[in-house]
Ligand binder design. Structure first.
Ligand code: F6P
Length: 560
């Protein structure tokens, strides 16, 4: 595939941006077209069987407050066609090795294939083969039910009620985010800890109040070679054996979620207590796999299945819907539109939902580890901007911290707002929910309409020199996502997959490999070298003056 800039639609979009996009005024677009909301809103439906709230099965994606006309949409869709988005999507679902730098299929959709699609990699049916998706799911069902019911007991015969998941990156962010998001469905007698950081504080705090007799460790690592995870896991094992006077039974208290049986058994975990998956599951897409065991343990296997089912519905939509109606495709194309034609550097995701407080952190890995790339498929650097900086925080908190910059700063920050129409906690007769919703609606409106100097003056009581400080330029683009019911397992699954395929679409247009992550390697290698140097004499070798100087200072201050 050629560079994205070489597609004819790219040049057409540039002309269109200059003639329409740059002077586009959102509030005027609404004033001149009463149909704008319905024209640019897409509805995703979840079947009642999986929805958390039967009858409330829609999710609205309102793109109308974006710099979009019908012509913009036509041109963006044309760009997607010319970039081969559909072909690439179909290749992904066909199990082709689209992760071309690692010669791997990208097949996490198989993990949530509750719809019975035939899914094969190298001619092998990944669903039904030995050790395949269905067998692992069954293992997860049996194990999670045994632990939750107390049938699976610790070495002194007690029920396991503390789960410590040790993993990092995709082996942490997905499980943390999903268990937080689905807390409403979580087992009330279970305490969860997620240990990821190599900072000893993380494991120490998790172990501090844990009882070895009732603690289950999930060692979550695709490769089982990640330094943070193996170090934390070894510290946990040592703690467990010390606390139990070596009487503790590792087999009852440690399980592994991994693709690497050799390393798992070397660590001391029986292969029978390993939940496997395949190399075609990228770390940042692994919450659907055995890595999601903490989710199944916490919310129960039936809810985990609903989570997969909601995700599968979004896969189905992405796979089968024409580009112009395809919701994740539209999200991805809008991102390209802002990144490459308006020089937007960021993408803000702000959920109006406390349960989704780790959702932006999860999306950071999904988006930035996938599309933080410069090199295109033919090995040449992209002539355009790729992955945006994704950031976010839940609202309304974020409104009281960084929203100032959104409203009056100099940067264009395309923003997604997410709200569930129904709250799991309708406290004070839904007063909180109504206030939350009013803020959700007010923010996108305020960002769009702004406030002119005349309006400021008309409000009175403002001196002339203060007027410019109180002006809001407005015309800030936003996408509003409104879940028609509660955010339950299926709705969450669908929302995550929306962002997965949005990210896929961006990468497909930019002609980069969204599925490797070579960029994280260099720092890991240098850290290994410096770890040795901390124990050696001197300030290490081959470092620049700053790194060498800091190493020396660290050794002096820490006395290590
Ligand atoms: O270093 C980045 C990374 O490889 C991520 O892609 C991955 O999610 C994380 O590390 C953890 O990897 P693993 O599951 O193999 O321990």
């Amino acid at each position: 595939m050629p560079q994205a800039t070489s597609h004819p639609a790219w040049a057409e979009l540039q002309v269109h941006r200059d003639s329409v996009g740059k002077s586009f005024v959102l509030k005027e677009a609404f004033a001149s077209d009463p149909e704008r909301f319905s024209k640019f809103t897409r509805t995703f439906k979840l079947p009642d069987a999986v929805s958390s709230c039967p009858g409330d099965t829609e999710i609205l994606f309102d793109y109308s407050k974006n710099f979009l006309t019908e012509e913009t949409l036509d041109l963006l869709v044309k760009l997607a066609e010319q970039a081969g988005v559909e072909k690439k999507r179909d290749a992904m679902f066909a199990g082709e090795k689209i992760n071309f730098t690692e010669q791997r299929a990208v097949y996490h959709a198989a993990l949530r294939n509750v719809g019975g699609w035939e899914m094969k990699v190298d001619g092998v049916d990944v669903m039904n083969t030995k050790g395949g998706v269905n067998e692992v799911l069954e293992h997860m069902r049996v194990f999670s039910e045994q632990v939750r019911s107390g049938e699976w007991k610790g070495y002194t015969g007690k029920k396991l009620t503390t789960i410590i998941n040790i993993g990092i990156g995709g082996s942490d962010l997905g499980p943390v985010m999903v268990t937080e998001a689905l807390k409403h469905y979580g087992a009330k007698d279970m305490t969860l800890h997620f240990v990821s950081n190599i900072d000893g504080t993380h494991i120490a705090e998790a172990l501090a109040n844990s009882d070895p007799e009732t603690t289950l460790f999930l060692i979550a690592s695709k490769t089982f070679t990640t330094a943070e995870t193996t170090t934390n896991a070894n510290t946990a094992k040592k703690w467990f054996l010390e606390k139990t006077d070596n009487k503790g039974d590792i087999a009852k208290h440690f399980v592994a979620l991994s693709t690497n049986e050799a390393e798992v058994t070397k660590f001391g975990i029986d292969a029978a207590n390993m939940f496997g998956f395949e190399s075609w599951v990228g770390g940042r897409y692994s919450v659907w796999s055995a890595i999601g065991l903490s989710v199944a343990l916490y919310v129960g296997y039936d809810n985990f299945r609903k989570f997969l089912a909601g995700a599968h519905e979004m896969d189905k939509h992405f796979r089968e819907t024409p580009l112009r109606e395809n919701i994740p495709v539209l999200g991805g194309l809008l991102s390209v539109w802002y990144s490459d034609f308006f020089n937007a550097q960021t993408h803000l995701v702000a959920p109006f939902d406390q349960y989704l407080h780790r959702f932006p952190a999860y999306l950071q890995q999904l988006s930035m580890e996938s599309n933080g790339k410069t090199i295109t498929s033919d090995g040449t650097p992209a002539k355009y901007t790729t992955g945006p900086i994704l950031f976010g925080e839940p609202c309304t908190n974020a409104q009281h911290s960084f929203f100032q910059l959104l409203h009056q700063g100099t940067k264009l920050i395309p923003t997604d707002f997410i709200l569930a129409a129904k709250s799991h906690n309708p406290v004070s007769n839904n007063l909180h929910q109504k206030m939350l919703a009013s803020n959700y609606l007010a923010q996108s409106e305020a960002l769009m309409v702004g406030k002119t100097a005349d309006q400021v003056r008309a409000e009175g009581g403002v001196s002339d020199d203060l007027v410019p400080h109180k002006v809001f330029l407005g015309n800030r683009p936003t996408t509003s996502i409104l879940v028609g019911g509660h955010i339950g397992p299926a709705e969450l699954g669908a929302l995550i997959v929306y962002y997965e395929h949005l990210t896929f679409t961006e990468g497909a247009v930019w002609d980069i490999n969204s599925f490797d992550q070579w960029g994280v390697e260099l720092g890991k290698v240098l850290a290994k070298k410096i770890l040795k140097e901390i124990d050696e004499e001197g300030n290490g070798s081959g470092h620049d003056a700053s790194t060498g100087g800091l190493l020396g200072a660290f050794k002096k201050y820490s006395n290590l």
